[in-house]
Design a protein around this ligand. Structure first.
Ligand code: TXA
Ligand code: MG
Length: 308
């Protein structure tokens, strides 16, 4: 058997025993548990330090498995699945009544996604229960985009890390609520509102700034230890000089000419790197408010939000 086969086999066995496996996806690494095991799912919450009212995404092998979890699968859901799965899109659908409230956080809906990574797709092919997986970081902190990030954050708390290399997208999936009258983006990601509207042929509401429905919606989230300061690109030099004059270690997050797609892929690694080097203030400029730029902006605003 190849190393790859051994690794997947080990991951499947750990999941079957009720253990936790860090899995690679195209977005970020997930902390995976058997989605049908109440105790394994409970351990995910304990390890993350995540409030139990914050529901998890169930990752499945393909859209045929939607009906195992959703009480009804609309034509919109099937259209989007055909267009974007495997890929960085999570669909919120009405949940089957039999689904354990540990996964759904007591909501009547369920989050479902087919991730785009060869190792994890193969794992899911061999593990039909599906895996419940939040990002493999402690609650409120920066998400991991390499196996090394996971090991550093979670150490012995994760039973096995399936190393699939660095994540190619780098930001969490777009979360689309299809359970309401009008589809609504609850968390922006690499799949843009325009792309969703083009497939559906209808309006999609942008991120609702209403009551908190998802933890990714909390004002302070995705936070490094250093303070993050968001400025317009033309204010970068003056801001850095001002902070340095105050005796603070200030670093620029990205050079202004950096492409959005590169920023998305590198964002969490760079935040972690700046934290490790003891930076006090991370200065970031607002990316373009289009496409994946909106998702980067969302994460930066939350990283910059005052901590409670
Ligand atoms: O890219 C991703 O989505 C990654 C990878 C591992 O798949 N996962 C991820 O999981 O980011 P997590 O738990 O960090 O974020 C899941 C988001 C949260 O904002 C959660 O509140 C929301 O999905 N969510 C889950 N179930 C929901 C539901 N029934 N209704 C509304 N939001 C839900
Ligand atoms: Mg997360």
């Amino acid at each position: 058997m190849s190393d790859r086969n051994d690794a997947i086999e080990t991951a499947v066995n750990v999941l079957r025993r009720g253990g936790l496996v860090a899995v690679p996806t195209e977005t970020v690494y997930g902390l995976a548990a058997d989605a049908r095991s109440r105790s394994a799912v409970a351990r995910v919450f304990a390890v993350k330090g995540r409030p139990v009212t914050h529901p998890l995404i169930v990752h499945v092998a393909d859209s045929d498995q939607l009906q195992d979890w959703a009480s009804s699968v609309s034509s919109e859901a099937l259209l989007l699945a055909a267009a974007f799965w495997p890929g960085p899109l999570t669909l919120i659908l009405p949940a089957r009544a039999s689904i354990d409230s540990g996964v759904t956080g007591g909501l009547s809906t369920i989050a479902l996604r087919v991730p785009h990574h060869p190792l994890t797709l193969e794992l899911l092919g061999r593990f039909p229960n599906g895996i419940a997986a939040p990002s493999a970081n402690r609650f409120g902190r920066v998400s991991p985009t390499t196996a090394e990030h996971v090991r550093r954050d979670l150490g012995e708390d994760v039973d096995y890390v399936l190393d699939g290399g660095p994540c190619t997208v780098g930001l969490e999936s777009t979360v689309l609520d299809l359970s309401a009258d009008v589809p609504a983006i609850l968390r922006p990601g690499a799949i843009s509102r325009e792309q969703l509207e083009a497939v559906l042929g209808t309006t999609v509401h942008a991120t609702a700034h209403g009551p908190v429905k998802s933890p990714g919606q909390l004002p302070s989230h995705y936070a490094p230890r250093a303070k993050v300061q968001l400025v317009r690109p033309e204010a970068i030099a003056a801001t850095l000089a001002d902070l340095q004059a105050q005796g603070l270690r200030a670093e620029l997050l990205f050079e202004p000419e950096t492409q959005s797609i590169v920023m998305a892929k590198e964002l969490y690694s760079r935040l972690r790197q700046l934290d490790r080097t003891g930076c006090d203030v991370i200065v970031a400029f607002y990316p373009e408010a289009t496409g994946i730029g909106l998702a980067i902006r969302d994460r930066l605003e939350r990283a910059a939000a005052p901590r409670s």
